[in-house]
Design a protein around this ligand. Structure first.
Ligand code: GLN
Length: 548
């Protein structure tokens, strides 16, 4: 069967963390700049069905798509670098593939046959790839893990077979490797790349293009050497140089001729790439005139990978504000009433991000109180909004023991609680849940509509009354407290269209204090920064200038 869609498979060798996700996203950006439509899919070798229940320390951020899929953080890169809008189908794990094969087996779909890795698992993987390839010019498929891992073998076998299924002229393999610089020898070494390609060829895949991650540009000689040992043409050996700013990667790849080589190998005729907007963005990003300090008061502060989209959103917002955004990670467990002002003294703005579990919650409440009382811009996201509501209830509305029932089941004033029944506007069904509902299965996940009130910070930022943002949480604002908290000065500036769910809160008489129940960071783009981040950074910059 031949297909009008072209396929690019991206694998990685030598070691992990070489930036395969960014490389795949950058290939997507380059192809879009030539007028092609793309989608990107991640195939992950681990056995968890999805990353939703994985510890952020091990796995980094869980990225949420519009349709409510909890996915690998690489999907965040894909959405930030391209116009592709991703869904559940763009992230498959070994667990999900086996789950579906085993379900079919139990149902009797295989009519009593012996169910095996080849062909049943590999067929299921190939079906997953076909699923995302409809309606796009190019589907980029990234295989997680490193060549040589036992667990990625079924995926590699499936993509090997795929070339014959889709037609030779429609499929290429790109392999990302490392070319390390050895200072004692004073030169770069190609042996790890040779070994990695050998390993790949031993399972039947000959890479068409090599992306060589390195600290230096590869000389002609080195490229020739790699080309000869790895059996590819010299112009298909691409330097993947370390960069100062991740948004430079597409530009470097373009300089190295990567997109030319891809369209040549895939027999695609396209216009020349238009990269002006990327160049302008990178230029502004790298040389701002001002700077601003944002304190991120959270739990996973040692592993900034768990706040990937958040960090990027703040950096994006720096560009229209002509400022460098310096992120100061503060572990909320170290904050108490006494040291709060000292710890946050350098912060021009304070951000409390999403989170689960009670560790460090009181420290976050002190940070919100400090921001409110000292008129420091405050941005609370998801848990950060709930924290702001608890703080306001306790210290402004006089509900001294107010809390979220997530952290104190016996609180007399559960201003944040588990809503047991609510109308879900996305699925148009009534959702019912209880305290014992399975972990991960009961969250409000994905895109939900929100309606804004005029004359609020939110409306001023979005400049529209209706919006849609992505959620990932269980607990909600308790509507019994709407009236008392509003009377004390809390502004409920964004609600679900039926008015049942509080989506955004603000406080009056403060330069910028806003909390949202959703995660705006999933929708910020380098060239289209999110309005709330933009407004928060702007307010923080103004605060910084006042204090100078
Ligand atoms: N733990 C809170 C809840 O489940 C907040 C979740 C979050 O910040 N993503 O509602």
């Amino acid at each position: 069967m031949s297909s009008p869609t072209k396929f690019i498979f991206v694998t990685g060798g030598v070691l992990s963390s070489l930036g395969k996700g960014l490389a795949s996203a950058s290939i997507g950006a380059l192809l879009e700049s030539r007028g092609l439509t793309v989608t990107i899919q991640k195939l992950d070798p681990y056995i968890n069905v999805d990353p939703g229940t994985m510890n952020p320390f091990q796995h980094g951020e869980v990225f949420v798509t519009d349709d409510g899929a909890e996915t690998d953080l690489d999907l965040g890169h894909y959405e930030r670098f391209t116009n592709a809008r991703l869904s559940q189908d763009n992230n498959f794990t070994t667990g999900r593939i086996y789950n579906s094969v085993i379900t079919k087996e139990r149902r009797g779909d295989y009519l009593g046959g012996t169910v095996q890795v080849i062909p049943h698992i590999t067929d299921e993987i190939k079906n997953a790839i076909w699923l995302v390839s409809k309606n796009v010019d190019v589907a980029i498929i990234e295989i997680g893990g490193t060549i040589g891992d036992i667990e990625s073998l079924p995926f590699l076998e499936a993509i090997r077979q795929f070339r014959a299924d889709a037609g030779k002229e429609n499929v290429i393999y790109i392999h990302l490797t490392l070319v390390p610089y050895i200072s004692t020898a004073g030169e770069v070494k190609t042996k790890p790349t040779q070994h990695s390609v050998k390993e790949l060829r031993s399972i039947g895949i000959q890479p068409d293009i090599l992306l060589c991650r390195t600290a230096h540009f590869l000389s002609d000689d080195i490229k020739s050497k790699i080309a000869m040992f790895c059996n590819i043409s010299k112009d298909a050996v691409i330097t993947g140089k370390d960069v100062e700013c991740i948004y430079e990667v597409p530009l470097f790849f373009n300089q190295e001729g990567l997109d030319d080589k891809i369209v040549e190998l895939l027999h695609i005729w396209t216009r020349a790439p238009k990269l002006g907007n990327w160049k302008t963005f990178v230029k502004k990003y790298k040389s701002p005139n001002k700077s601003v300090n944002i304190a991120i008061v959270g739990k996973y502060v040692d592993l900034t990978e768990s706040y990937k989209s958040l960090n990027e959103s703040l950096y994006h917002a720096g560009v229209p504000n002509d400022c460098r955004v310096n992120l100061i990670y503060v572990d909320s467990e170290n904050i108490n009433e006494k040291n709060c002002a000292e710890i946050l003294a350098d912060a021009d703005g304070i951000l409390v991000p999403g989170g689960f579990g009670s560790r460090g919650v009181e420290g976050k409440i002190f940070a919100a109180k400090y921001a409110r009382e000292n008129k420091v811009p405050y941005f609370g996201i998801c848990l950060g909004m709930q924290i702001a509501v608890i703080e306001f209830a306790r210290h402004v509305a006089g509900l001294k023991n107010a809390h979220s029932s997530e952290f104190d089941e016996k609180t007399p004033d559960p201003v944040i609680y588990l809503m047991l029944e609510w109308y879900d506007e996305r699925t148009e069904t009534t959702q019912v849940r209880d305290e014992l509902s399975e972990k991960g299965g009961t969250m409000r996940l994905g895109a939900y509509p929100c309606t804004l009130k005029k004359d609020t910070l939110a409306f001023e930022a979005y400049k529209t009354k209706k919006l849609s943002e992505r959620h990932r949480h269980r607990y909600e604002f308790n509507n019994e407290y709407m009236k008392p908290l509003e009377e004390s000065g809390l502004v409920l500036s964004g609600l679900s269209p039926t008015g049942d769910l509080v989506e955004i809160i603000e406080i009056k008489d403060h330069p910028w204090f806003l909390g949202c129940q959703f995660h705006p960071e999933f929708k910020s783009r380098p060239m289209d920064p999110h309005p709330l981040f933009n407004a928060f950074v702007k307010a923080s910059l103004e605060n910084c200038e006042i204090n100078k």
